[in-house]
Design a protein around this ligand. Sequence first.
Ligand SMILES: NC(=O)C1=CN([C@@H]2O[C@H](COP(=O)(O)OP(=O)(O)OC[C@H]3O[C@@H](n4cnc5c(N)ncnc54)[C@H](OP(=O)(O)O)[C@@H]3O)[C@@H](O)[C@H]2O)C=CC1
Length: 254
Amino acid sequence: MRRIGIIGVGEIGKAIVEGLLSGGGASPEVFLSPRGARVAGELSERFEDVQVCADNQEVVDRSELVVIAVRRQDHHEALAGLKVDDDKTVVSLMAGVAIDDVRRTLATGAPIVRAIPLPAVRERRSVTVTCPSHPAVDALFEHLGGAMSVADENAFNVFSALTGTLTAHYAYLATLTSWATRHGIAPDVADQYVRCLFQNVGRSLNDESRPLHQLAAVHETPQGNNERIRTTWFDPANAAALGEALDGLLADLK
Ligand SMILES: NC(=O)C1=CN([C@@H]2O[C@H](COP(=O)(O)OP(=O)(O)OC[C@H]3O[C@@H](n4cnc5c(N)ncnc54)[C@H](OP(=O)(O)O)[C@@H]3O)[C@@H](O)[C@H]2O)C=CC1
């Protein structure tokens, strides 16, 4: 696709623009919606192939592929009344908004694909789940780090729920740091050490020779410190509570 439009230029819209235009190679022309003017203006100053449009309809008119990256609660206001010809391709990033809903709002016969890019598309390092598979959309996200298409929206929503666990992970790391600080470790030292510990965890995930559920056992001494925290804190009740929170999220995404 040579002409890509983005309606909703916030966190993820910006990351996509940066991924498309910072990493070298052939770059598309990018057309941005005017709302979120500060970010849109900054992107158009940084990249000569980025233009800010007068309104959302102009974004659609000038693009072959239109990415919708507004918040769920804003999508009717952002999309109602837009005319989208059937030869365009629409990519919706909105969590919890079904394809049928987008199609009703846009009243278009154009292909509509859902996708879950993550901010690491900025460095072309995020695998993006797409639904359904579409050659041009999958190629776009391959370019940004990888595409993994799933056949139906039920599966898509499961992946969407999984992405909802990311900031809890950061909060977990911050909680570890606070605990160490309460025990007299300087905050910056605790912060740095926890980062170092979990960067190593990140690296060990690159070893795909073992399934995830075996990794805990492989990384702990029998009856050692890690086994103690895993079994006393992340016990079956805690694991079940996480499962319940995810079930609740999944129900809301459907
Ligand atoms: N952040 C992420 O990592 C991911 C987000 N998503 C999905 O992408 C969507 C956007 O998320 P995120 O980028 O975090 O949200 P942000 O709040 O950062 O960005 C949303 C943007 O949409 C703009 N907007 C609101 N109403 C309109 C409108 N009528 N026309 C044009 N633009 C409008 C907002 O402008 P203003 O600030 O003026 O309101 C804002 O710039 C969500 O639906 C989310 O589920 C999907 C995958 C990952």
